[in-house]
Ligand binder design. Structure first.
Ligand SMILES: [Zn+2]
Length: 200
């Protein structure tokens, strides 16, 4: 079953809204007896491909994002919660992913300027925290490894150029601001490694 078929099948299940958590943590669930084979298949997939995260009460669960929902399971219950997105210019990013990268990248991944939130700023101030998409794939499929936070200046400069990194590092902007390929944050270097492996 590919992802598309899986999403169709998942949406055919009779999801029950968890009334007790309506206000604190809205989600819905199915129980194993409603469709044991399907239930086991989804749970196995979560165990295999999911990521571990602590829930509000400190319990750790494995989560897996499938379509517009994230899924987790325990005992005979499979839960899902709709992923909330934050919208920017021409992109959307899951709310929890934005939180993660904001915590990680407190300063610009390129010039290391300390970032400020500035949600009401007009235009893009030089120190404004902005979401940096590394490539077209990261716009479609943003994940921890392919999106960063960078400052308004670096983001504008990156958009002006093209996606070719070497061209950007050789630009007047990078030279004037002392931005070099070796000097960028480790997350960017990790991104290049992963990207290269994927395209090999
Ligand atoms: Zn910067």
């Amino acid at each position: 079953m590919d992802r598309k078929e899986l999403i169709n099948e998942i949406n055919l299940q009779k999801w029950i809204f968890a009334k007790t958590y309506a206000k604190t943590a809205p989600h819905e669930y199915i129980t194993r007896n409603s469709n044991p084979n399907f239930f086991d298949m989804v749970c196995e997939l979560i165990d295999k491909e999911g990521y571990i995260k602590k829930w509000k009460d400190g319990t750790e669960y494995k989560y897996l994002k499938i379509g517009d929902y994230k899924y987790w399971h325990f005992d005979i219950i499979l839960n899902r919660e709709k992923i909330k997105y934050i919208y920017g210019k021409g992109y959307k990013i899951p709310e929890n992913l934005l939180e993660i990268i904001k915590k990680r990248d407190k300063s610009c991944v390129y010039c290391h300027k300390v970032l400020e939130e500035l949600p009401h700023a007009i235009g893009t101030p030089h120190n404004k925290a902005t979401v940096e998409h590394t490539d077209d794939e990261s716009v479609k499929n943003p994940e921890e490894w392919n999106v960063f936070m960078c400052c308004g200046s670096c983001n504008s400069s990156r958009q002006k150029g093209n996606n070719d990194w070497d061209t950007w590092f050789n630009s007047k902007y990078c030279k004037e601001n002392g931005i070099t390929k070796l000097g960028v944050a480790q997350v960017v270097k990790n991104y290049w490694k992963i990207r290269n492996k994927k395209t090999e």
